[in-house]
Design a binder for this molecule. Structure first.
Ligand SMILES: O=C(O)CCC(=O)C(=O)O
Ligand SMILES: [Fe+2]
Length: 285
């Protein structure tokens, strides 16, 4: 049985807690049924789908795909846990359903997420600023069975990560290697919540299965609203005041949805590229 008091104690001590079981496999199957088609086609020219970035696919307008998705993001237990931990009302500042593909080229670094994101429209880049005083919860639920490429956390690092005024921690990996906890070989439905001042990353991997996850960041009211939340009118009739608070009803967003893919990511190959590709094909034929 999940209980708020012991979950808070576990986060205070280790920086994270395993809440697997919070969301039933029936709900997870319903979510997967709704997102599997859009996760297989690009979000382009009116077609609803994913945004490609590096070795990842992010579902555009994640929250619009069903009441089941909204209900995970505003789950009573989860919100009570986050508000007790943050000692404040919380709201959803960042959220996404995404798939991570094995890759030789892309690697997530060890990092913290107690920071403010904004979008610089002039330079077309996201800008991040670390805020040491920001305290809240990130949760991550697997929507696929995960063998490799799982989330990794550095146990207890929320107690000391703030001593270093930076968000990246690759340079200290040797020092904290004994404290790394890896959520590999975990079934879909695995649900991890952590203090976002805990050092973490997705484990790099270059072979095996695609990993699909649902991610949310719950921030205290003193922090900015965060990403825009676009909802489907089909799902709004019964949202209670707490859900409306968490979903930033009536508030202006303070950044854009992460990520913004390169405009030519899905463009048809140009003649030049085609020539190179056919030369390569002949070369290997
Ligand atoms: O995908 C993961 O395992 C971690 C994701 C993460 O740390 C992030 O998006 O900030
Ligand atoms: Fe992160």
């Amino acid at each position: 049985m999940l209980d708020i008091k012991s979950s808070i104690e576990k986060i205070n001590e280790d920086g994270y807690v395993d809440l697997t079981g919070l969301i039933s496999s029936e709900i997870i199957n319903q979510i997967n049924a709704k997102v599997s088609l859009p996760m297989s086609q690009p979000h382009v020219n009116g077609q609803r789908g994913y945004i490609g970035s590096g070795c990842q696919r992010y579902l555009a307008d994640t929250m619009s795909y069903g009441k089941e998705v909204i209900d995970v993001y505003t789950n009573d237990f989860l919100i009570e846990l986050a508000e007790t931990y943050a000692q404040d009302e919380v709201h959803l500042s960042n959220y996404r359903i995404y798939s991570t593909y094995p890759s030789e080229d892309f690697k997530m670094w060890w990092h913290l997420d107690n920071k403010i994101d904004t979008y610089d429209f002039e330079n077309k880049v996201f800008v991040q600023k670390v805020v040491p005083d920001d305290k809240g919860i990130i949760f991550l639920m697997y929507l696929s069975d995960v063998e490799d490429g799982g989330v990794q956390v550095v146990k207890g690092s929320h107690k000391w990560s703030g001593d270093y005024e930076r968000e990246d921690f690759d340079h200290m990996e040797k020092e904290f290697s004994d404290d790394i906890v890896t959520f590999n070989n975990c079934p879909k439905g695995t649900f991890i919540a952590y203090d976002y001042a805990l050092i973490h990353r997705a484990k790099p991997y270059n072979g095996g299965k695609v990993r699909t996850s649902l991610f949310g960041q719950l921030s205290p009211s003193r922090m900015p609203t965060g990403e825009p939340i676009l909802l489907n009118s089909r799902d709004l009739l019964d949202l209670n005041p707490k859900q409306q608070q968490v979903l930033n009803f009536g508030k202006e967003a303070t950044t854009l949805n992460w990520p913004i893919g390169s405009i030519d990511e899905f463009a048809k190959p140009t003649q030049d590229k085609k020539n190179i590709l056919s030369k390569l094909k002949n070369f290997f034929a």
